[in-house]
Design a protein around this ligand. Structure first.
Ligand code: PGA
Length: 269
């Protein structure tokens, strides 16, 4: 796991955009895994700016989102499909038919959505770069604590904490789903590269548990310690509870020096 700590959230988004651009340069038809939530919004803004300035194109890419609420129509402003269209897809040249969200149509058996999503990801050749946020409780996607570390895309019940965290996005009296369909932890772990972004002091505890705690289903993000190529991008506030900060900074400096000397070089710490 490579942990890179930046002064602020803006620099986290800048670095995230730089790494996405690097992926596109190496593989213009890369398959991306995208995330919703407050954290990646700044990253999407940076990518839109880079697209507008002509430095990158998503025309040949495909994407798979981590999760979607169950029981909300895709056209609802609170669906993750709407979020992605509004915050990102509508502003770049990705072909909408190549963007996937694990939604369940009305009348459809939600149990069938997961296996179908897994096949689509496999048919696309797997995910090259997965963008992740992290919940207060250590969830990734909607894999809540106690999720199987070998899970695949399926229906999950959201915890009270997640419902509370996300209630700010729903108007009072509006239907807020308690269920979602999420990529599983094994699905996420299959991605060839993972970028986890976390900003703000409210994430410091979850980040410390994910990066330095034991690998446990009670903090699903901790499984990333077993992923071959995960980069964790943090601002100072989200990094505040890490004990090995000095080493992460040192390793980052060394990796940057190697990269300057040998080009795109990654020490997969
Ligand atoms: P947030 O959500 O970016 O809105 O904090 C992250 C998550 O729950 O995965």
């Amino acid at each position: 796991m490579e942990v890179i700590i930046f002064r602020d959230a803006a620099s986290v988004a800048d670095k995230g955009a730089e790494l996405v651009e690097e992926m596109l340069r190496a593989k213009p038809d890369a398959v991306f895994g995208f995330a919703t939530g407050t954290t990646p919004i700044e990253l999407y803004r940076r990518l839109i700016e880079r697209y507008r300035s002509g430095s990158l194109s998503f025309q040949r890419t495909r994407s798979f989102n981590l999760d979607e609420y169950l029981g909300l129509d895709a056209s609802s402003p609170n669906s993750y499909r709407s979020f992605m269209d509004r915050e990102f897809f509508d502003h770049v040249d990705i072909r909408k038919e190549n963007t996937h969200v694990p939604g369940c149509g009305s009348g459809e058996n939600p149990g069938q959505v997961g296996p179908r999503y897994e096949s689509l990801i496999r048919e696309a050749g797997g995910i090259d770069l997965q963008v992740l946020g992290i919940g207060h409780n250590g969830h990734v996607g909607f894999n809540e604590p106690s999720s199987s570390l070998r899970s695949r895309t399926r229906v999950k019940t959201l915890t009270r904490k997640t419902l509370e965290d996300n209630s700010r996005l729903f108007k009072s009296g509006e239907f807020q789903p308690r269920l979602a369909i999420t990529m599983g932890i094994a699905t996420i772990m299959d991605a060839r590269r993972i970028l986890l972004l976390a900003t703000g002091e409210h994430k410091a505890d979850a980040v410390a548990r994910a990066v330095e705690g034991p690998v446990t289903a009670m903090c699903p993000a901790s499984i990333l310690q077993m992923h071959e190529f995960t980069t964790v991008l943090l601002d100072e506030a989200a990094a505040a509870r890490l004990k090995h900060r000095e080493y992460y900074d040192l390793a980052h400096g060394e990796n940057e020096a190697l990269k300057d000397r040998f080009g795109a070089f990654y020490a997969r710490t």
